[in-house]
Design a protein around this ligand. Structure first.
Ligand code: HEC
Length: 391
């Protein structure tokens, strides 16, 4: 009961604010997002509850089919948009500076493993798992053991391959599946949650901290719609059933918002967290020299002589991994690297060489050697986060 008064007061304040003369709130979103249908319903309900007029901004070419980088979103929030809707946020991956935005989640949107109900799967695809290239699904999949992957261009291709029985399973963002089912009423997928730290996202409003009052009104409206059951009712078709969502971090835990764009990419982008002290990882000092040599021969042409990035991303410092709370595991990076790198000849190196390169990567990111040599047979199992302890 004690909570009711402050909430009611906030609502009263919101209602008495001078909305009538204010310009409509400029609402932006991702034009090709799978969650567009639910995002616009939520927008309508939230702005109505908040007593605010809003106008959807047509971003034209500012956002492409594959989404926009967090930097673009940040920039738009300083120019053409007051608030973004439909932004998938997790606690971990971001280039949006956490101090520059307020995040208000309204829907849990996880990555799930799925198969088509009653599908006849071709022999070739009997056990394969389809994932979209460069999506969170790809790294979630990399943490599965003993699985064969079919890496496809985009989420549409992944869902199509599973619907048509070319692949038995897929890993995809749940809203993408819902959108597909709504367009193909004869298709039904059975989904189970995936369980990596990359699996959980929340669709959110993102507001610049310079618009704190607006952010507060949106948050109050979302809260009110949650309390009276409107929001749960609205979002029910887009929500995984309740028991799969127990591990969701609460909205309050979203201290370090992270974003991927509802197109495809983004998950390989992350930002520096607060500094943390270095850590020890399993490798020996003796591996570092040979690792550096192999890196120079096979990786440097794309990732730079000093890991600074060229055509491939940087593999060192905050541009690669945060200084704490990374969701990439050491084993996950190892598996990603051994199955995908060198990008032009994946998997061409000897296991021992990959292990040495991993030792070099750990060393260059500030890890101290445990002294026990990194064994390629187990390197993929290390569940500890890969943080970077260097600038
Ligand atoms: C021909 C260019 C090329 C070569 C050679 C290459 N890479 Fe890459 N690497 C890339 C590209 C491009 C990406 C980004 C791929 C993506 O986003 O899906 C990447 C991504 C990575 C990542 C993931 C980065 C992240 O931010 O998550 C790691 C780790 C990596 N490479 C390691 C290596 C190692 C180790 C080697 C040498 C054995 C190597 N790469 C060789 C082009 C290359």
């Amino acid at each position: 009961m004690r909570n009711i008064l402050p909430a009611a007061m906030l609502l009263a304040l919101a209602a008495s604010a001078p909305a009538a003369h204010a310009a409509p709130v400029r609402l932006c979103g991702f034009p090709h997002s799978a969650s567009e249908a639910i995002d616009s319903q939520v927008a309508r309900a939230v702005f109505q509850r908040a007593g605010l007029d809003y106008a959807r901004v047509d971003l034209g070419d500012a956002i492409g089919r594959r989404g926009a980088s967090a930097a673009v979103v940040d920039k738009l929030l300083q120019s053409r948009c007051d608030v973004f809707i439909g932004v998938p946020v997790s606690q971990h991956f971001s280039k949006l500076k956490p101090e520059s935005v307020v995040v208000t989640p309204y829907l849990d949107a996880a990555f799930v493993k799925f198969h088509a109900a009653g599908a006849r799967v071709s022999d070739a695809g009997r056990s394969t798992v389809a994932v979209a290239y460069k999506s969170p699904a790809q790294l979630i999949a990399a943490q599965e053991r003993d699985t064969e992957f079919d890496v496809l261009n985009n989420t549409d291709a992944v869902i199509g391959a599973v619907a048509q029985g070319k692949d038995a399973y897929g890993i995809a963002w749940y809203p993408s599946l819902v959108a597909y089912e709504q367009q193909h009423p004869q298709t039904h997928f059975i989904s189970t949650p995936t369980h990596t730290s990359l699996s959980q996202w929340q669709l959110s409003f993102i507001t610049s901290t310079r618009q704190a009052a607006l952010a507060r009104r949106i948050a109050t409206a979302v809260h009110g719609l949650e309390q009276d059951g409107t929001l749960p009712h609205l979002t029910a078709p887009w929500s995984l059933h309740a028991d799969s969502l127990r591990e969701m971090p609460s909205a309050a835990a979203m201290a370090q918002p992270a974003v991927f764009h509802p197109g495809e990419a983004g998950m390989l982008v992350r930002t520096a967290d607060d500094a943390a002290s270095g850590a020890t990882a399993e490798f020996s000092q003796e591996q570092v020299g040979p690792g550096a040599k192999a890196y120079a021969a096979d990786c440097a042409r794309c990732h730079g002589a000093n890991l600074e990035g060229r055509t491939g991303p940087t593999l060192r410092g905050s541009g690669f991994a945060p200084s704490s709370g990374s969701t990439m595991t050491i084993g996950g990076i190892y598996q990603y690297m051994t199955t995908n790198m060198p990008a032009d000849q994946p998997g061409m190196l000897k296991p021992q060489v990959y292990a040495d390169i991993m030792a070099y990567l750990l060393h260059e990111n500030g890890y101290k050697p445990s002294g026990k040599a990194l064994d390629p047979a187990h390197a993929g199992d290390d569940q500890k986060p890969f943080n970077s302890y260097v600038k």
